[in-house]
Ligand binder design. Sequence first.
Ligand SMILES: [Zn+2]
Length: 368
Amino acid sequence: MKIMKIKGIEVKLHVSTLVIIGMVGFSLGQWLFALTGGSAGWGQLVFAGVVGGLVFLFSIVLHELCHSLVALKYGIEIDEIELYLFGGVSKIKGEPTNPRQESIISVVGPLSSLALGGLLLLAFFLVAPVSFIGGVMLDYLGWANIFLGGFNLLPAFPMDGGRLLRAGLWKRRDDKLSATKTASRAGEIIGIIFVGLGFLEVFLVGIVGGIWLVLIGLFLRNSAANAYEQARIMNQFEGISVGDLVNEFSTQIPPDMSISEAFSGFFMRQKKQFFPVGTNGSISGVLVLDDVKDIPPGQRQKKKASDVMRTVDSFSTVSIDNSGDEVLTELNHMDSKPRMVLVKGSGDDLVGYVGVAEMQFFMRVASQ
Ligand SMILES: [Zn+2]
């Protein structure tokens, strides 16, 4: 669910976010109830819970926006910000190019949360003498933001603190992959510690808080392992050029050829998923296997290649000299099928394509 758009960045809300808003709201209401010795009315409790939950939601948005806006400043594209059960993620397209960029992008999020927390606590001193409920809410939300900032500073990659750790190691070792490995190992260890503490809490204190800690721990551990795996794959593609990945166009399908002929004469025979459509070297579009298969066999005789092809500009294009990791980033951030980019030669001519299958083939060949 899209909730707003700032500087071209979409902020989306995953359904699971409602759980966290509900939990924050509920615990704020519960606390208010306890502080007033049970004298707060339903209206007040619901008001405090709903407003508190929403303010907390916007605290997370603010935190993520700070990351995204600074990344934008460095020329890194942002896909979107998504809020979900464990907070938010800024979906950054591309990676910081040096440790300094990475540390600044990472640190602004927690700093904004700590600053907002400080401001809310300052406001508490002004509001508390006037409004008891207002004071309780400011106090609660102030500490919640300080907790949010502090939690994100844990050195558990890919969380902010873990990114700061990676940036530091990256600078010292001048080796991003090895820095990522250490920082994600730290993330896995912290995750396991959380799981352990969670089980301890289940036995000593209560089952709900304990299970919550276990879940957070598992989430941290998995994120760290996944983030390292992704970094490792990205690293493999950094050293090669698009030319090493490209599946070259060798033949063209004539625009007026029927789909059934194209299917048997090209797709079946050459076992490629994409063919250029055109005559004498000029390409007017691309015929996609999945599109062809969507046409019922009975109608394939009647339709022509030019009816079914997609236009060249409906695809992303990369240059053959670009680095392989740019293709990976492009494919990772594609949400519509087919996940494929067209490749331009040293002139402006299209020479082939790179899709998921080409990337997977390279990884198989490259792995020992
Ligand atoms: Zn953050």
